[in-house]
Design a protein around this ligand. Structure first.
Ligand code: NAP
Length: 321
């Protein structure tokens, strides 16, 4: 099927990276469309509070997303709500096919599909998802008021979410596979000072148990002694990192061993005009501000690429008689 129209830029993914790319692309007068299959904002929407976005000491994740979305919209950026099924790179432009049946074509594409929560892969995780197993404290914490919950993980996400849950739950037990947290010092201090939070150190969850009312316990194994025990809880929140959403990355583009895409400093891949930004890209740290920075970089690089390409295409046209 031929695609109608030709965009300068298609952005896939509406998180902070994609929306920032949109703002810069519109300001550079690129004909741009952003495709997002869920609510614009991505993972940030799931954050109760963001405290490291410069200029906002404390802002709700959903509020920050909305501000970014409205900023991009203020330049008239087109937004399509659809799922991208495939990107087909081509010399005459890149084709992006949508689940709804449409197809889009552009000189350049920015892929900003981020990551998804890593799964524990233990018995009960899939079966009891939504019945006590959750990957989002802001979404589901309300159901655990005055109840006991376990949080798995020792990174920033786990500790931030444990702090959020401590405002609602009776008790929050952070289950971590080592005896030291990975989370930043400030979050660690806050969590250790919070009387409703306690830690199950050197422990991993090996199974999740439930009855007709939902989760009622998790089985733990001590990573040092090998001992097994049962921890009675009403819910289990899992924050053990992310896996990159790399399904749409065309073949031939380099990825590291964890599946993150390797780009150059312009966020460019080995396919001309195709950029990868944000949490999908191999990088030192994953922060909202870094995704936004990637969005800026890639949009500026795309603008230069599109301008050069259009000039080259124009010169290649046969002269008018
Ligand atoms: P993360 O930093 O990769 O931490 C994952 C945690 O889960 C680690 O403590 C890890 O243990 C543990 N873990 C991994 N696989 C496990 C398994 N199979 N079983 C048990 N435990 C497991 O992930 P994250 O906390 O989601 O953060 C992702 C990125 O976003 C990081 O760069 C983080 O700094 C950033 N972030 C920043 C903020 C903020 O600045 N406010 C908030 C959220 C996230 P080990 O420690 O033993 O490896």
């Amino acid at each position: 099927m031929d695609c109608s129209g030709l965009y300068d830029l298609i952005i896939i993914g509406g998180g902070p990276g994609g929306l920032t790319a949109g703002i810069y692309a519109m300001r550079a007068a690129l004909k741009t469309v952003l495709v997002e299959m869920g609510a614009p904002g991505g993972q940030v929407n799931l954050s109760d509070a963001v405290e490291n976005w410069p200029g906002d000491e404390h802002i709700g994740g959903a509020e920050l997303s909305l501000k970014m979305l409205n900023h991009a919209r203020s330049y008239g950026m087109e937004i399509r709500s659809d799922e991208v099924t495939v990107i087909e790179p081509g010399l005459d432009g890149h084709t992006v096919r949508l689940a709804g049946g449409d197809c889009l074509k552009a000189h350049s594409v920015i892929l900003a599909t981020g990551g998804s929560p890593r799964k524990l892969e233990v018995p009960g995780e899939k079966e009891f998802y939504g019945r006590g197993v959750s990957y989002c404290a802001v979404c589901d914490g309300f159901f655990f008021r005055n109840k006991a919950v376990a949080v798995v993980g020792g990174g920033d996400s786990a500790i931030e979410e444990a702090l959020y849950l401590a405002k609602l739950a009776r008790e929050v037990i952070v289950v971590h596979r080592r005896d030291q947290l990975r989370a930043g010092a400030l979050l660690q201090q806050r969590a250790k000072a919070e009387c409703r939070i306690r830690f199950a150190w050197n422990s991993v969850v090996t199974a999740i148990q439930a009855d007709a009312n939902g989760v009622n316990a998790v089985a733990l194994r001590n990573t040092v002694t090998g001992d097994s025990s049962a921890l009675p809880v009403d819910g289990l929140f899992i924050f053990i990192g992310f896996v990159p959403n790399n399904r749409l990355v065309p073949a031939g583009i380099r990825r590291n061993a964890d599946g993150y895409v390797i780009t150059d400093e312009k966020c460019a891949t080995t396919i001309p005009g195709l950029y990868v930004i944000g949490d999908l890209r191999e990088k030192y740290a994953r922060q909202i501000v870094l995704s936004a920075a990637d969005g800026c970089t890639a949009a500026l690089a795309a603008a230069h690429y599109v301008e050069t390409r259009k000039a080259a295409l124009e010169c290649a046209l046969p002269a008018a008689k």
